[in-house]
Write a new protein. Structure first.
Length: 233
């Protein structure tokens, strides 16, 4: 998921400063990112909470804890955090005729808007389905079984994710994409996207394939920023 707050919505190339209230990333943490965050993954709950710091958690988030979610549970609407197994796996294709799908999507809309965010993948609430919702200002929409079929151009912008709270960094992505998928009625749809919408599509489809933005980010740009600092910017 992408947050609406502060610099996650900034124009590409515009950075966000960090105040003394936001802890700087340690060399160990950055090395963990470069090595697929192996060292970070080995830390326990208390160490991760201390590393991220209370000031770097998004308001309303639960403390960083390990969860091994199975099946289609919604994890009580909580956004699951880095280190949770479901964030590292490819989600399964969904049948639009599955019972309860409309209720799931409505729930995802609510979680996304409450965050507040511009996108949310199903596995970010512990659901093993290829579904993501998004809203970049034109109202909420959903895409089932999505995939990118064409990419063009390049853009670098700051991204963040509520599954890795408070962390942000520069990510290079295609500036224009064509995405295909299905709507809730099972109709095949194709969407041409550019700019922010293209970036959201790539970010969320990455989630559904077991990738986080930190897997794409320039490690040297990764920075912890507090919610207060983001809102000031």
């Amino acid at each position: 998921m992408w947050t609406r707050r502060g610099c996650y919505n900034r124009v590409p190339g515009v950075g966000c400063r960090v105040t003394g209230n936001a802890p700087s990333l340690t060399a160990d943490f950055k090395e963990g990112v470069r090595g697929d965050l192996r060292s970070f993954q080995r830390r326990g709950q208390e160490t991760r909470a201390e590393q991220l710091g209370d000031g770097c958690r998004v308001t309303g988030m639960t403390p960083p804890v390990e969860r091994d979610l199975q099946g289609d549970g919604m994890a009580n609407g909580e956004i699951v955090l880095y280190g949770t197994e479901i964030l590292k796996k490819t989600t399964r294709e969904v049948d639009p005729a599955e019972p309860g799908l409309q209720e799931l999507v409505e729930h995802m809309y609510q979680v996304m808007h409450d965050a507040p965010g511009v996108g949310l993948a199903a596995n970010q609430i512990g659901v093993d389905k290829q579904i993501f919702v998004y809203d970049v200002g034109d109202g909420p929409s959903v895409l089932l079984n999505p995939r990118i079929v064409r990419r063009r151009g390049s853009q670098v912008a700051i991204e963040g994710c509520l599954s890795v709270p408070g962390l942000q960094g520069d990510v290079r992505r295609a500036s224009h994409v064509i995405a295909e998928g299905q709507d809730l009625d099972g109709n095949k749809i194709q969407i041409k996207a550019e700019g922010l919408l293209a970036r959201v599509f790539q970010h969320e489809i990455d989630h559904l394939n077991g990738f986080l933005f930190i897997d794409r980010a320039d490690p040297d740009t990764l920075t912890l920023v507090s919610p207060d600092e983001q809102e000031e910017e």
